[in-house]
Design a protein around this ligand. Sequence first.
Ligand code: FUL
Length: 485
Amino acid sequence: MGTDNFCVRKFAILLNFLLLSCSMKEVAPPSPLLPIPTQSQLDWHDMELNAFVHFTTNTFTDKEWGFGDEPPSIFNPSEFNAEQWITTFKSAGFKGVILTCKHHDGFCLWPSRYTNHSVKQTLWRDGKGDVIKEVAAACRKYGLSFGIYVSPWDRNHKDYGTPAYVEYYRNQLTELFESYGPIFEMWFDGANGGDGYYGGTREKRSIAGATYYDWPRTLDLVRRMEPNVIFFSDAGPGVRWVGNEKGMAGETNWNTISPDTLFAGKGGIEQLLNSGSENGTSWIPAEVDVSIRPGWFYHQLEDSLVKSPRQLFEIYLNSVGRGSTLLLNVPPDRRGLLHEQDIKSLKGFRELVDNEFKTNITKDSEVTASSTRGKNQFTASLVIDGDPETYWATENDVVNGSIEIVLKEEKVVQYVVLQEYLPLGQRVKVFSVETWTNNQWTPVASGTTIGHKRIIRIAPTSTKKIRINFLEAKASLVISNIEVY
Ligand code: FUL
């Protein structure tokens, strides 16, 4: 072998090595765009579907808000069966359940040490029953997370409005968190109608919503018992109210908001809660609470008004499909069972979701991007690898770009699902979707925010190519998942 040849080979090897090490060189991932979610909030986002259960003396009085003077004895479900609730929820795809342990009327579904206004005073299970215990146990058995709603407003308690009541409320929380955990979410709403039974005084009591409950201390107390609990209230701090009870997250739905001037029950901030704020200082995503019936509690007269599978599906698109978690209320009836009509709707809803999202047609498609961060590490095809931990990213200063998906063969497209990689913060402000139709790119949808998940429904279109344009963002793009159905 001549010296020249040897030199050429050596040079080629060196070049190869350089090229290889260059292409393998890791670039740093994008820096997080603050504020970002905690791990518990990320887990909450992933749940997507939770069930809400309203059950108390109201179920037996046909009321929505009990006055607080209801005799406990009226609470007497004839066929109470927590497993029926939880198995129904599980087959409908729900991941967690939040139960009204105490609603505004003050009746406790567990035998609280701090009041007699509870299941203790009922004929149900000879006064030895405990709804919370049975529901929490069924949740554990079937792998659902358990959460509690404990109304701060208590129309039964004689001390409501004084510091003694706040002590009572905290004692009850301690009792619940110590006996029935793990508890994934705690719900405290801001309703405060004023009048009530209040130990027989039957008067109107007003409280200063921003200060009376001294929430920071209560939250500290609870966090010591359950460090990962998600607190729901209008102002969070875990998740916020979505601003309506219709099942509608904002088309623009930021997970960020500035909570300093918000408090549960403040009122007049519904629009802000619905959309969040692009430059909000805290990560407090919106939770969409809505009932499968007109009321939150069971009323026989509403048996014919249970939302249909189609209506529930629309709610799903407007909540989960807009980056929120859906908390769907399904109230048990006087038997202590979920009603047949509700079960039928839930079943139909599940079938609809499974059917509409049956086959993700991005499998084996070709994915390219307008630009990519580094070489291969954040490449475009990661958006279809099914791994939520990998993502396509752009360089730091690139705040727009597009992804093109070429399908294996022409197919009818109806839904495009987009997800941002939330551990690095929410970024996209404007996007659009195009399909390749009649030999040109044709706009089929546009939107604003994406967040945890955005489901875009388009008129059924036969196409082989889809392009998603991320037109404006707060920072470089970080897209973890794209699905097409
Ligand atoms: C509201 C309450 O007043 C309703 O009764 C229901 O519990 C709903 C989920 O929250 O604030």
